[in-house]
Design a binder for this molecule. Structure first.
Ligand SMILES: [Zn+2]
Length: 246
């Protein structure tokens, strides 16, 4: 269910992926406190009220997606994504960059990992799940590369700043992860075949469809933020873009 209707803010284009996941993200103070409420950020938050939105900057080269909020209580990457969108708007880009800062606004508002008790990073292969709609949007838009940004806490899995990738069937996933790892110092965690240890992760489902994808993790307590985690997630995103010369 990807809605082609486009709304604009300056040179930024926005359209909806779903109309059942919307919420008032500003009710989550942990997120709100970290955002400067300029007109662009307000535009992003207003759109989130009605569903999951995707934003687009640029019109040439490769199509590259920065995704965050697949786990609603992993706040640092969602904030970093909004900051990066603020950073890149108005710049002349040599590629097309898509942003989904809040994959599931309802989970972000509630500071919850799951959406309707479903883990979106274990259900991207299930027809019509919210993460499956995001995958289908990626296919509809012919997006070439996907970076999915998360955070992890001590004593959880993986529990360290890291980049996940796989070598098969989409070897460029591994190359991108290796580049980011060398660039920002995050640990490499890779699998020989995508989706071999569990099913339905965004990254794996994309790689299995031949769309190179990586998952980037920073260390941050769940449901909370640290400025260091926001900064690190921001650097991972910048590094992902710099692999393509952005
Ligand atoms: Zn996560």
């Amino acid at each position: 269910m990807y809605f082609k209707k486009v709304e604009r803010f300056e040179n930024l284009e926005m359209s909806y992926i779903s109309d059942f996941s919307g919420a008032y993200i500003s009710r989550n103070n942990k997120i709100l406190n970290e955002l400067e409420l300029n007109s662009l950020t307000q535009f992003i938050l207003e759109k989130a009220v009605y569903g999951t939105s995707i934003f687009k900057l640029g019109n040439c080269g490769n199509k590259i997606l920065l995704l965050s909020g697949i786990h609603g209580n992993e706040l640092a990457p969602q904030i970093a994504n909004v900051l990066l969108l603020n950073d890149l708007i108005g710049k002349d880009l040599n590629h097309t960059v898509y942003f989904i800062p809040f994959a599931c606004p309802k989970s972000s508002m509630n500071n919850e990992r799951t959406f309707n008790s479903k883990d979106l990073n274990r259900s991207a292969h299930i027809n019509n799940s919210l993460s499956n709609l995001i995958v289908r949007c990626i296919e509809n838009l012919d997006i070439d590369f996907v970076g999915d940004f998360h955070s992890t806490a001590h004593n959880s899995n993986p529990g360290c700043e890291s980049i996940f990738s796989s070598k098969c069937p989409t070897p460029e996933s591994f190359l991108i992860a290796n580049y980011i790892s060398k660039d920002v110092g995050s640990k490499m965690i890779y699998f020989n075949y995508a989706g071999s240890s569990y099913k339905g992760a965004m990254e794996d489902v994309c790689n299995l469809k031949g769309i190179p994808a990586v998952t980037c993790e920073v260390l941050c307590p769940f449901g909370n933020v640290t400025s260091q985690a926001i900064r690190k997630s921001f650097y991972q995103m910048k590094s992902f873009l710099s692999y393509f010369g952005i």
